[in-house]
Design a protein around this ligand. Structure first.
Ligand code: BF8
Ligand code: SF4
Length: 639
């Protein structure tokens, strides 16, 4: 695997791992080759025990499973189950946040407080809850009860759907894909894709889209918005990223996973004099907290806690030999961490009631005991510091400064001019042709492609062509490590128009918008741009595109589908596992555009992928009859 595109610190660690005979995700990926060709094409089915069945992609062997399901049905069913998996993951995270808010509302002595009353009121109003002259805790109680009911409601519509553009809501109604409730859509998807139920691939995908919308405009949005209520709406702040944020002289606590409930408290308590003193008494110079994956993004956005690494760096972070404790909760946590932490002094601790790893120490976290558990964990890390072995330490010093913490709200503020918070300047920049358009580049990394090549090459190509980029998830971490989240990067990489905007408002050309549930922030940004006016009536009218160049997780499939169903052209690198069905491929990459205004595109070359996104943006500019671009572009408008 060619690693030359990954950041320098990762290159060093991979080399070190090979020299020390330590196994990484890349080694296990190599050992897995060749991977099952039927699975890659989506042509195998295990949904009942008449199978497993597989369709012969060459046409000589069976063309249906034992039940008669063909390639179209089998690929569509499997893909839709991936959506349900992803939607369930994001939404169960959201459900957890509702419980935390309940605690904050009921018990004012709890570790959790309502930090953002303005946001609480804004969300409550969407749910039709009265806010005037009411105490925050009463509003929050009502909100908790409404959101809880909504997860399992049988009829009606998810409330956040009401924040989508009017035309979009009507379209969803017409298509019959307005999500009713989160749990209901996930359950119906599992039902319809079980043996002998829904066999019509377009019909199956429609339910997939409804489930994905229940994620983006439901579970993920609940997670994002209520986390903002509890932990505060992020504001742009400075921090840094990469292994160099770990401190050889301090107790390093790594928080990894997705839910901020525990890590937020750890971040706060670790700064206390008491904990810093304990760490000094143990022979170190203090406590240092750093994050991995989306937990990192969450506490970066709100506390400026630095990022140690992204998904593919989790094992390498342990191999530095300076991670005294790594606590993990849910999602994107590799069970392979156990084997590597066994080779080092690192204490690996699982904390979620939903996720254990065999042989790994489990400290179950419950919100009511948040402070106690946070202390226990920090102290465990401090205690483990003395077990650190000098000969095991190999810590690359690389770290990059960054600015993170942008939100749908902060776009109002930083581009809002002096007198009034508004999206007008952003819309005008697009209308006048200083900005060509906007792109969301998000998602995982995957050992099936060169690490970070897709993310970085694509983002740089978009910047060069005056496309403002917003990022979340592991892409945001990759951009951070490659120095793209700094205002100065505009002058290195952006076209002249984008440079002007960045200079005028002092922002980086790549805006860090948070974790993967925070892709819901991008939906809100798109809706706000539509509402501001001048760029069409619907999300699909906007000169915008989305991409997940190195996607890996089922969550990425759910995200991609809620963007496509919301009208966004959505580009990924390796294709979805549907290539065994020509019909489904044609539907998702072409015909679906007639229905939702969005569609999927698959392109493994990141530069070509960026060009396809730009062509789409240009097509939308043309449809809107916008002015020509202010500055000549390096990439031609026409094919
Ligand atoms: O939820 S980008 S590898 S960490 S799935 Fe996982 Fe993918 Fe990273 Fe965040 Ni999102
Ligand atoms: Fe085979 Fe049909 Fe059963 Fe799937 S549902 S395993 S295709 S018989």
């Amino acid at each position: 695997m060619d690693q030359k595109y990954s950041d320098k610190a990762t290159q060093k660690m991979i080399k070190y791992a090979a020299e020390e005979n330590l196994t990484t995700v890349w080694d296990r990926f190599e050992a897995m080759q060749p991977q099952c060709g039927f699975g890659k094409l989506g042509l195998c089915c295990r949904h009942c025990s008449m199978g497993p069945c597989r369709i012969d992609p060459f046409g000589d062997g069976p063309q249906t499973g034992v039940c008669g399901a063909d390639a179209d049905t089998i690929t569509a069913r499997h893909l839709t189950r991936m959506i349900a998996g992803g939607a369930a993951a994001h939404s169960d995270h959201g459900r957890g946040v509702v419980h935390t808010l309940q605690l904050a509302a009921e018990d004012m002595g709890s570790a959790y407080q309502i930090k953002d009353e303005k946001k609480l009121k804004a969300v409550a109003e969407i749910y039709g809850i009265k806010t005037e002259n009411r105490k925050a805790k009463d509003i929050a109680s009502d909100l908790v009860s409404e959101v809880k009911k909504e997860f399992g409601q049988q009829d009606g519509t998810i409330r956040f759907v009401t924040t989508a553009p009017e035309v979009r809501k009507q379209l969803w109604e017409k298509l019959g894909i307005t999500p009713r409730s989160i749990d209901r859509e996930v359950v119906e998807t599992l039902h319809r894709t079980t043996m002998g139920v829904d066999a019509e691939y377009r019909h199956i995908i429609k339910q997939g889209m409804r489930t994905a919308l229940a994620d983006g405009w439901g579970g993920s949005m609940v997670a994002t918005e209520l986390q903002d209520v509890l932990f505060g709406v992020p504001n742009p702040l400075k921090s840094s990223a990469n292994f160099g944020v770990m401190d050889e002289d301090k107790v390093n606590i790594l928080v990894h996973g997705h839910e901020p409930a525990l890590s937020d408290i750890i971040a706060e308590i670790s700064l206390s004099e008491e904990m810093q003193k304990k760490a000094v008494d143990a022979g170190s110079k203090g406590v240092n907290v750093a994050g991995i994956c989306c937990t990192a993004n969450e506490i970066l956005m709100r506390h400026g806690i630095p990022i140690a690494g992204s998904f593919l760096q989790q094992e390498l972070a342990v191999m530095t030999g300076v991670a005294d404790i790594m606590i993990v909760d849910i999602q994107c946590v590799m069970p392979g961490l156990k084997a590597v932490s066994d080779c080092f002094h690192t204490k690996l601790v699982t904390t979620s009631s939903k996720a254990k790893i065999p042989g790994v120490h489990h400290v179950e976290f419950h919100e009511k005991d948040a402070e106690k558990t946070a202390r226990e964990i920090i102290e465990m890390g401090i205690e483990n510091y003395s077990n650190r072995k000098a000969e095991d330490v190999f810590l690359p010093s690389e770290k990059e400064p960054l600015i993170a913490g942008f939100t749908a709200e902060s776009v109002y503020d930083f581009l809002g001019g002096t007198y009034r918070a508004t999206y007008r300047p952003l819309n005008n920049a697009i209308i006048e042709g200083r900005l060509r358009g906007a792109a969301g580049v998000i998602g995982c990394s995957n050992p099936n492609v060169d690490y970070e090549k897709g993310h970085i090459q694509m983002v740089k190509e978009l910047l060069k062509n005056d496309v403002l980029v917003v990022v979340t998830g592991c892409n945001a971490i990759s951009c951070a490590k490659h120095g793209l989240l700094q205002p100065e990067s505009a002058f290195k990489y952006a076209g002249k128009g984008l440079q002007e905007i960045c200079r005028a408002v002092g922002i980086p050309p790549v805006l860090h918008m948070g974790s993967c549930v925070d892709n819901s922030r991008i939906l809100r940004v798109l809706s706000n741009i539509v509402a501001e006016g001048g760029l069409g009536n619907d999300i699909c009218d906007l000169p915008a595109a989305g991409a997940a160049p190195e996607w890996m997780s089922e969550k990425a499939v759910a995200i991609g589908f809620y963007f496509v169903a919301s009208g966004v052209y959505t580009m990924i690198g390796k294709p979805l596992p549907i290539m065994g069905s020509e019909n489904l491929y044609n539907y998702l990459t072409d015909e679906i555009e007639q229905e939702t205004g969005g569609k999927w595109a698959f392109e493994e070359d990141p530069i070509e992928a960026a060009h396809k996104m730009i062509r789409h943006i240009d097509k939308k500019r043309k449809n809107l009859k916008l002015k020509p671009l202010v500055y000549e572009q390096p990439f031609p408008v026409e094919d």
